[in-house]
Design a protein around this ligand. Sequence first.
Ligand code: FE2
Length: 218
Amino acid sequence: MNYILSLLTFLTMSTPTTTAETHTITLSPLPYAYNALEPEISAETLRFHHDKHHAGYVAKLNTLIAGTPYEKMSLEDIITKSDGAIFNNAAQVWNHTFYFDTLSPTPKSAPEGKLLDAINKAYGSVDNLKREMNEAAVNLFGSGWVWLIENKDGKLSIMSGKDADTPLRYGMYPLITIDVWEHAYYIDYRNARAEAVKAIWNRIDWKKVEERYNKHQQ
Ligand code: FE2
């Protein structure tokens, strides 16, 4: 009996627990080659954007959360429970992964089905939606992100978020984002944000956007 108890104690102690483990936030790899989004986005821009800026937010976040309760949380939990520098870096990590994942070397060029119906209902047409998002991107003063989001009631809307702001913070479902920080376009377009924003639509993969939308429409 004592032997069995000892064995059980040994096994319990030697089994790693996942509940109180600390972990580091990892950098998601770029889901395509650096030159895969040319000519709209150059390889040089992607190298800086992913390997320097995105990676920089990941490194900074890991430094900031070391030794704090955030070290045991998922990235999403950190975003909803933090503020200040930890929120800024965590949200930038999440936003960039979402942004890179929205773009594709072989994008579906137009939405269909339920998503198309929802866009037509809210904006009249896909072209109108693009126009309104482009306008929001050009008018966003300073750095930030422009989002197409699905509200809790299922309706679509456009959100302009300053700096690192993200719809996750408000319990909304993001469908598309456009990064309007200068680091996203300055190498290729210099100060012409309007041109950069217009070009990005050639790389937005509507298949991904449909999948995100349909997930909440069951
Ligand atoms: Fe960025």
